[in-house]
Design a protein around this ligand. Sequence first.
Ligand SMILES: Cc1ncc(COP(=O)(O)O)c(C=O)c1O
Length: 477
Amino acid sequence: MNACVLSIQAKPALRLRGSKPVARRARVASVTRAVISDPPPIKSATKFTQDWALQGVPKDDEIAGTFVTHLECSLTGEKYKADELHGLADSGKPLLVRYDFQALKGKLTREILASRPPTLWKWREMLPVRKAEDCVTLGEWMTPIVDAPKLAAEAGLEEGGALLVKDEGRLPTGSFKARGLVMAVSMAKELGVTRMAMPTNGNAGAAMSAYCSRCGIETYIFAPEDTPDTNIREMALQGANVWRVNGYIDDCGKIVGGGKEEMNWFDTSTLKEPYRIEGKKTMGLELVEQFGWDDLPDVIMYPTGGGTGLIGMWKAFGELKELGLIKPETKLPKMVAVQATGCAPMVNAYDAGEEFATRVDNAFTRSAMGIRVPAAVGDFLILRAVRESGGWAVAVTDDAIDEGQTEFAKKEGFLLCPEGAATYAAFKKGLANGKIKKTDRVLLFNCATGLKYPMPPSNNDIDRHQPIDYGVIAKGI
Ligand SMILES: Cc1ncc(COP(=O)(O)O)c(C=O)c1O
């Protein structure tokens, strides 16, 4: 066993900022950390169990799975202790989790990673959960990258170019929110939280209610009243106390923030707690491995609301470079923040050269609810990642989103969610204005299954008691 030993300090009492202390279990005072350098061969997956997912990954009481060291304010760099429940930093900005990559460097290799089951938990050393028993799981499988050859050809992509989609709709609860929430809920479980609350545009609430019910945490969820009904119903069915609110997601966030004292719940709003971003980071880790480590796509197009995934992926690329898992000279993708014209605070700030974004009043999207976020607490982190990567921010119309969804479904047989369709519309716009080259490999993010959203009706009925008119059927619909 290739062990690197570091002691972890015992934790002081937990306290929710501005609220009563929450219950927590006794924790181990010191642990050692190691990467298993000679993992066992993968057993076949007859059942997706936590045990199966964690094969070859450090997991017992003596060997903690994580190399986490501390948390850091994303604006000021001020340090905060790991293994405590945190909200925002004192500056009011998000906290980022930091790890001891010097200790991990050279130990977590491409070969070791390749030998582990293809789930989010294979990245365990780079994730914050300390104990295997706290990893809540519903089967967070690696999501596929699917190509769109017909649409690529129609768009005139040339040799070397490709149009690809990372399909996050295959995750538990049908969206990439599973990645962020499995981490936030696992950490909450680890830190003894018993009640969680969040504002949501739908998918995040669905994921939180699922993981919380899985491990026995109570949930309170507040969603704008026009959130897709499927989301509201799945949250309720999965055990959440779900409320519709006549306002936007940030209005729902105020209800969560305002209830902290009285309800003694943990505020799990986007980027107001530090661990969702660590889960979303796995999109970046995963795609780097899928692209063979040093041959990354030229452009990543991400439907941006709170921006956790975009920020998380950029963090992932930096961490993999620090670990030497990708070479220093490897070209990183241009990160593109895609929004809808009716709610484009990041695009406005990007165009104006601003570091922070201004809240959008009267925000509107016809169907892409996930990107209807008038103000994002991590605005400067989104803009920083976009600018550092040489990417851009772009808005697309609701009509372009609908057209994109229809085109993808009819020509590629791939039902994108509206937010995913926004990235396709942005791809076409990028090609038209020359920001995307015909030889670029472009990776779109389809963040949820299209099945969770309302679809256009199809009302063609046959009365089987009447003679069937095949002439009519042959004409097609
Ligand atoms: C399907 C979908 N796409 C994109 C987003 C935006 O994600 P983020 O908050 O990471 O910007 C959401 C958020 O709810 C979503 O549900």
